[in-house]
Design a protein around this ligand. Structure first.
Ligand code: NOJ
Length: 668
């Protein structure tokens, strides 16, 4: 059979009984080599219109080099068309199914934990972490030298207290230049190098940002005192005389928060030291300046900010006296923070708008994949937990990722998606080993690492460092100079790296900026590393466990029991049978009877204990023994979830279920 093009009509003719020329082995030329005339001569008769060809010529075979029209002819035949259409619809249907599955998986997937949620945040007080140039004071290069220690602890985020250029009246919280590094700590190049090293090692950098005040050495303040524009209103000024201050407001560090300035012949406000004048956030230029500073560091690549003392940012413009806590106290004797109700100086209307503005700025830098920029706010609201909760973002307004939780136990209630935070020490508070007792430090670390929020560890807590004793005449902290009992020096002593001189912190032969704690020969990183029962190794194990156990890093937290000695809570994850019961003993040796609590199994196995010999033991729920200061992580298996029957004592930040068969998480 062969085919012939009929030039006149553009239709094709098939000639039955003639072999397909393309398949002939006679060495004859293929159709393509023949002229139209020759082809016509080879195939003179029996022409057929293509419309009828499909039905009549089902036996024909395709051949190489067939023209489009021929191809179409074959392709219309049912034996080709049918499979083709089936394949076509299969592809369409499977694409749609895949798309639907993808959309469903995305819609049902819970948010992944971000870097600031998935590991502890570690606070470094840079003066005290590691001295690289042997001047007795820690510095940025020193931090860089010690990054492996943070990797060892499975830390992913570091908050470094201020290293801006500063006269150091409040050890860096008095900033002279918000865009420069203090020479004590190094250079801008040291900062850039540190940041690169941190990112290379998978560590994020959170900077301290101090918006409420600057140093009185700052050029803005110097210009403001001289009423040089545009700086005249950069600070909070009020008319006064040396003897008659504007009102009764007092500083956090004690005495009046007003100081008379002889150059401007007015008083300026300072809610901390007189060397820390309060910036005037009612001035749009100041707000712009501070936002530009945030951008400056974000452009450099920092991963987030700890916003210092935010509740102080705004004051009431009317400057009225604040009410005394004790109305009968003679007003001239009122000179400390806790003797006034701070109705006009703390948490003023407009504060949260400012913070939300900064959050928006951070968010514009968070769009790069994997570069979420984080914000934590510091506000001591004491008993007013509602005020602390205001810093959390809502569905409508994004603000802080979390405020520091100085309450520890007051977990957020009723705020879906909000992330709790646990903090048990910082540069302003006595060390845990000293305030609670060193026998409790491992249990406290266990509590912090097994509660649901992001744990924050102050340098040295991972080895159980204690407050150092400082003679009254050697006090360096300005707050301590006002009230020695309030001195923050004891918790700022140099990090104890080893039993070498100066605890391996510094090679300075003439000492360190604050004394080293005498226990450094035994309480140090080197001595504890590799010793399974040390505070350091227990910290590390729990930090790793927190990351690997879903129940610990994103599961339910249920309050189970507490008495004067023991605090008991449970961690579980929907979809997982394995759960943990945690007993933190902050009192004396105790035996806890949990048999009255429904939903608990009869027996538990000790997964981790801060008392190593208890490791692997099994306990009956009617009698769970804990030693004084023991932290006990018990594991058990149950197909019943505890939170379903104890809803009022359970909390979860963002609910998600684990699906074992597919090894995926979904919103539930
Ligand atoms: C809070 C800081 O934590 C503290 O150390 C500092 O003295 C004050 N803010 C003033 O900046």
């Amino acid at each position: 059979m062969s085919l012939t093009r009929v030039s006149r009509s553009d239709s094709l003719e098939l000639h039955e009984g003639v072999d397909n020329a393309a398949f002939q082995e006679d060495g004859g030329r293929a159709d393509s080599e023949k002229t139209d005339g020759q082809v016509a001569a080879d195939c003179p008769s029996s022409s057929l219109n293509l419309d009828g060809a499909e039905s009549s010529y089902t036996q024909i075979k395709p051949y190489a080099g067939m023209s489009k029209e021929v191809l179409l002819l074959y392709s219309r035949q049912a034996r080709y068309r049918l499979p083709r259409e089936i394949l076509f619809w299969l592809v369409i249907v499977s694409t749609l199914v895949l798309l639907a599955v993808n959309i469903t998986v995305i819609a049902l997937s819970p948010r992944c934990l971000s870097w600031w949620q998935s590991s502890p945040v570690y606070q470094i007080y840079p003066r005290s972490f590691k001295d690289s140039n042997n001047d007795g004071i820690g510095d940025l290069k020193g931090i860089q030298d010690k990054l492996d220690h943070l990797n060892y602890l499975n830390i992913k985020a570091i908050w470094i207290s201020p290293f801006y250029k500063s006269p150091m009246r409040d050890f860096g919280y008095d900033v002279e230049d918000f865009r420069d590094i203090d020479p004590i700590f190094g250079t801008m190049k040291d900062f850039d190098d540190l940041l690169v090293s941190m990112h290379d090692k998978g560590l994020r950098l959170i900077m301290d940002f101090i918006p409420n005040h600057s140093s009185d050495n700052h050029v803005w303040f110097q210009n403001s005192r001289r009423r040089e524009e545009p700086y005249t209103d950069y600070y909070v000024w009020a008319n006064c005389t040396r003897d008659k201050l504007p009102n009764n407001w007092v500083s956090v560090f004690g005495n009046s928060s007003w100081t008379y300035d002889s150059v401007r012949e007015q008083c300026y406000l300072h809610q901390f030291l007189k060397e820390q004048p309060d910036l005037n956030f009612r001035n749009p230029d100041v707000r712009r300046e501070m936002t530009d500073i945030i951008r400056f560091w974000l452009d450099k690549g920092v991963d987030g900010f700890r916003m210092d003392a935010v509740k102080h940012i705004l004051e009431a413009p009317h400057l009225r006296d604040e009410p005394q806590v004790n109305a009968s106290q003679p007003p001239e004797q009122v000179n400390t923070e806790f003797e006034l109700h701070h109705d006009y100086t703390y948490t003023q209307v407009g504060l949260h708008d400012i913070l939300r503005g900064w959050r928006a700025e951070l968010d514009t830098y968070s769009r790069e994949p994997g570069r979420y920029r984080f914000m934590v706010t510091e506000s001591y609201d004491y008993e007013e937990i509602d005020k602390t909760m205001m810093y959390y973002s809502t569905d409508f307004a994004r603000e802080s990722d979390f405020p520091f939780n100085f309450y520890l136990m007051d977990l957020p209630q009723g705020l879906s998606g909000a992330r709790a935070q646990e903090l048990v020490g910082n540069h302003d508070k006595p060390r845990m080993s000293s305030s609670v007792g060193k026998e409790y430090i491992s249990a406290i670390n266990m509590m912090m690492l097994t509660l649901p929020g992001t744990p924050t560890t102050y340098y040295g807590e991972e080895i159980g460092m204690e407050n150092v004793h400082i003679h009254i005449e050697d006090i360096q902290d300005p707050f301590g100079k006002f009230d020695p009992n309030a001195s923050r020096d004891p918790q700022r002593s140099p990090m104890q790296w080893s039993s070498e001189p100066n605890a391996g912190f510094s090679g300075n032969g003439t000492g360190t900026w604050l004394p080293i704690h005498p226990n450094y020969t035994t309480v140090n990183v080197e001595a504890q590393k590799g010793n399974d029962s040390s505070v350091l190794e227990q910290y590390r194990r729990l930090s790793l466990l927190r990351e690997s156990e879903m129940a610990l890093h994103r599961g339910w937290m249920c309050f189970v029991w507490s008495d004067v000695d023991v605090f008991v809570y449970l961690r579980e994850q929907d979809g997982l049978d394995r759960a943990f019961l945690v007993l933190i003993n902050l009192g004396r040796n105790a035996t806890t009877d949990l048999s009255s609590i429904s939903g608990l199994p009869e027996h538990f196995r000790v997964h981790t204990s801060t008392v190593p010999k208890n490791q692997g033991r099994s306990y009956d729920r009617a009698a769970v023994p804990t030693k004084k200061g023991e932290g006990l992580l018990l594991e058990f298996s149950s197909n019943q979830r505890f939170h379903t029957s104890h809803a009022s004592s359970c909390y979860i930040s963002e609910r998600a279920c684990y699906l074992n068969v597919l090894d995926i998480m979904y919103k539930c």
